[in-house]
Ligand binder design. Structure first.
Ligand code: AMP
Length: 293
């Protein structure tokens, strides 16, 4: 069953957005879309970061498909799958205002029917950074993204630089499996104090929220040291760590300076290099990065 959502934000002409829950109906509707088709996969609870991807996809393609699916396969057993923030009605209103053609909102049973047992494993780039704290995370991401690509058949799919490793994993999967689409990376959208916009920022209480700016401050320090000629990656990571440790609410998961293609840790910073980190503040595990170039 699909529902049609009328956008009220554009007075000149109304735009019809279809909300589709099944793979079968999505495939049928997809055949009627004008190419090129832009696709933005999300887990919903939409914010300005998602909107940057959606607007870019809208501007660069004749049709726009957005998916909202909180993918259980990319959450560990101790992670926040059940408490992950959700607000489908608000999301649909935002997507209608962006002239989205199709919103795909499959159920978990639609994407992972009983007996589902095929997985996409993307080697080396999944074994670093996030993987240590989130084992199996990228297997879940690669599997769902591969399945969504096959269902939606996009010309281009849009991913945020905020999740740098995810974007690298998706690009590697597309290259290795010769998937017929282009992956576009969109710069990170930030709050005025530099905090990267994220659905998980909703976990921060009013005391924790200002503390979360320490992630971006430490990335700016890395960029500043690099700009001043510092090439010793370990030294830059130490300075970043020391800055974060001054914030009592912050607990470091990792601080890294790595090759942006292989994600191997660098000893000597050679541009472009990916400075990235994961830090826990209260209940929120936050990630961010900048490219040193
Ligand atoms: P999510 O719903 O968290 O899975 O994110 C969906 C997409 O939005 C991913 O490609 C993210 O990288 C991207 N995204 C999330 N936050 C931001 C942000 N602050 N700036 C740019 N892209 C973002």
């Amino acid at each position: 069953m699909s529902i049609i959502f009328q956008s009220k934000s554009h007075q000149t002409h109304s735009h019809q957005m279809k909300v589709i829950e099944t793979i079968g109906e999505l495939r049928q509707r997809r055949r009627q879309l004008a190419a090129p088709v832009g696709f933005v996969p999300t887990m919903g609870y939409l914010h300005e970061g998602h909107l940057a991807l959606i607007r870019r996809a809208r501007a660069e393609n004749l049709s726009l498909v957005v998916s909202i699916f909180v993918n259980p396969a990319q959450f560990g057993p101790q992670e926040d799958f059940s408490s992950y923030p959700r607000d489908p009605q608000r999301d649909l209103a935002m997507l209608a205002a962006e002239q989205t053609d199709i919103v795909f909102t499959p159920s978990v049973a639609e994407m992972y029917p009983p007996g589902f047992n095929s997985w996409v494993e993307v080697g080396q780039v999944t074994e670093r950074l996030e993987e240590a704290s989130r084992p199996g995370h990228f297997r879940g991401v690669a599997t769902v993204v591969a399945k969504l690509f096959d269902i939606v058949q996009p010309t281009r799919a849009y991913f945020g630089q905020k999740d740098a490793q995810q974007t690298i994993v998706v690009k590697k999967m597309v290259a290795d499996l010769a998937m017929d689409l282009e992956i576009v990376t969109v710069p990170t959208v930030r709050e005025p104090d530099g905090l990267a916009v994220s659905s998980r920022n909703a976990y921060l209480n009013p005391e924790e929220r200002p503390a979360a700016a320490v992630l971006y401050r430490s990335l700016c320090l890395a960029r500043q040291l690099w700009a001043q000629g510092e090439k010793d990656a370990a030294h830059i990571c130490q300075q970043m760590t020391a800055l974060i440790q001054k914030e009592p609410r912050a607990t470091i998961d990792y601080v890294s300076i790595a090759d942006p293609e292989t994600l191997e840790e660098l000893e000597v910073v050679k541009p472009p290099a990916l400075a990235s980190l994961a830090v826990k503040i209260g209940k929120a595990r936050l990630i961010d990065n900048v490219v040193l170039e």
